[in-house]
Write a new protein. Structure first.
Length: 552
């Protein structure tokens, strides 16, 4: 094996040496057969001496890129990469915009350009990206910005932060701030947390690996700092991680600290610490919880029984029913099912099936459904077993489950959802589920969506049909309008669908004024009433549309 490896290295080095030699021989040959190249300006000046004085000199904003482009067109294989390396080594900041455009069809070359640009002039790259975002010279902005905001915060975080704090509008600032804050957070949790708080980054969740190392030596300090620099979702994730780390050394202290602080973050800390404690020593955690006041017991029981249920779901469920009541019981049972499902999903399904109808069962069913049914835009199908389980649920539990699964089900497997809703007791289905599905069906086949909506009970048919028609009109307004106008005057769908059309037109269509003014007198009168009733429409837009409805 070692001999083969050495031979492979020898042949590789030999091949590279031949390529390099060919590259330099080609350059030497060019230098002997051609005189030294003059710049474009010098060449133009020379032409003036031969009577071309009326022709203005051609300015080249990057002769280096011009030469590279010429060299690449005349080479192949390893030689092309050697030309790239040579150009990047010599490049000045002003060369990089054209180098990036030259490389944008070659991902590997573009990565090399980005890396070198960031190495020698990150601020220049930032300014070029801002200019491109504002409509200036085009650049492969996504690739370059991704590289810049991954590397710049590592080498000069304050420089990157200062650049993004400068005034001025460009549409990608928010995304770039999230990227920078994430990289800063990975290297310096406290600076990253403070930055996310300052930039109001509320719905972003970076990796927590650095938080574990930060919190372990002094979890109290970590918790206090997080409370002082709350930043939405990331603060919640931090508190969960801090709770786990604190519980490894002193869970009682973590819970006492959490009890002394108000707010959701302290509750998150307590729940995480107790869950970790229950996983380490169930009896000690149970004893502590049993001695707590009723309010604390109700608040923390879901985390406690979730850990318990991973080993003994039935026992955890019995404890909840014996020790809790009301909404506290419902939340705790949800924790039991979540813990049981983490270990054995079908055992959790069985636990829900055996429960009597109650608020607790509804929450337990919703918890199972979140893990069992497909998520949003999943490629997972809804199986007959899932549908059969739905049919075993009481009305309240089914309604709660549908609230949880309707979006994921409608996007991943809309036809099985359509079949289920058509046969289900409509009293057990949230009204919005029909409209949600109708929109998804209309994205694929508007005619099929409208037919399905028409087959529903009258109390749901018009609303679902309006949702399908609105989706169709948003993507194909001419076809949808033609179809609507073809309906007979007696069709019950004409007026509600027309209302949907006018609302869509008023909200989103840039030619709304022209289209409204072209309506018939009767339709303009109806449209006027619809637009006047749209409470959330901006006043200035409402005024323009109503003016257009006065007619010509």
């Amino acid at each position: 094996m070692r001999i083969l490896l050495r031979l492979l290295l020898i042949f590789t080095a030999a091949g590279l040496g031949l390529a390099v030699g060919a590259f330099w021989r080609a350059k030497v040959a060019v230098s002997h057969t051609n005189p030294p190249a003059r710049s474009a300006v010098a060449h133009s000046q020379g032409m003036e001496a031969f009577g071309s004085r009326k022709r203005l000199p051609t300015l080249d904003d990057s002769p280096l890129t011009t030469q590279l482009e010429r060299d690449l067109s005349q080479s192949s294989g390893v030689t092309r990469w050697l030309y790239w390396f040579e150009a990047l080594e010599k490049a000045a900041p002003s060369d990089f915009p054209r180098l990036a455009r030259l490389a944008q069809a070659n991902p590997a070359a573009l990565r090399l350009v980005a890396a070198r640009w960031i190495e020698i002039a990150p601020r220049h790259l930032f300014d070029a990206l801002v200019a491109a975002a504002r409509g200036g010279p085009s650049l492969p902005v996504p690739e370059l910005s991704r590289a810049l905001f991954k590397e710049w915060p590592k080498s000069n975080p304050e420089g990157a932060i200062a650049a993004l704090n400068e005034p001025g509008d460009f549409g990608t600032r928010r995304a770039w701030q999230s990227s920078v804050a994430s990289e800063v957070f990975n290297n310096d949790v406290e600076r990253g947390l403070r930055l996310m708080s300052e930039w109001h980054i509320e719905n972003f969740g970076p990796f927590m690996t650095g938080v574990e190392k930060w919190a372990a030596p002094d979890p109290r300090h970590a918790a206090e700092f997080t409370l002082e620099n709350s930043a939405g979702y990331v603060a919640q994730l931090c508190m969960e991680t801090i709770g786990k780390e604190w519980a490894k050394t002193d869970p009682a202290a973590a819970l006492a600290f959490a009890a002394s602080k108000p707010g959701q973050l302290s509750s998150t800390l307590a729940a995480s610490a107790l869950k970790q404690w229950a996983g380490q020593d169930l009896e000690e955690a149970a004893e502590w919880l049993g001695q707590a006041d009723a309010r604390t017991r109700n608040r923390l029981s879901p985390a406690f029984v979730e850990a318990w249920a991973q080993d003994d779901g039935a026992g955890a469920l019995d404890w909840c029913q014996e020790n809790l009541a009301g909404s506290g019981l419902a939340q705790a049972v949800g924790g039991v099912i979540k813990g049981a499902a983490a270990k054995d999903l079908m055992s959790a399904v069985g636990l829900v099936t055996e429960m009597d109808p109650s608020l607790a069962r509804s929450e337990a069913a919703a918890t199972v459904a979140k893990q069992w049914f497909p998520g949003l835009s999943s490629d997972k199908a809804v199986t007959p077993e899932m549908v059969s389980w739905l049919n075993t649920l009481d009305s309240d539990s089914l309604k709660r489950v549908m609230e949880v699964v309707e979006w994921g089900w409608s996007t991943s497997d809309p036809r099985t959802m359509a079949a289920f809703l058509s046969s289900a007791n409509s009293a057990s289905i949230p009204t919005q589920a029909y409209s949600t599905l109708a929109r998804q069906l209309a994205q694929q086949n508007p005619s099929e969506a409208l037919d399905w909506a028409g087959s529903l009970p009258a109390s749901y048919s018009i609303e679902a049909g309006s949702a399908a028609f609105g989706q169709w009109w948003s993507s194909q307004p001419d076809a949808a309008t033609t179809w609507l106008n073809s309906l007979p005057p007696s069709d019950a769908r004409r007026q509600p669908f027309f209302q949907t059309e006018i609302r869509c037109l008023a909200w989103s269509n840039p030619q709304a004024s022209e289209q409204l003014s072209a309506l018939s007198a009767d339709d303009r009168a109806d449209a006027r009433g619809i637009i006047q009733a749209m409470n959330n429409l901006p006043d200035d837009r409402r005024a323009r549309l109503l003016e257009a409805l006065k007619g010509r």
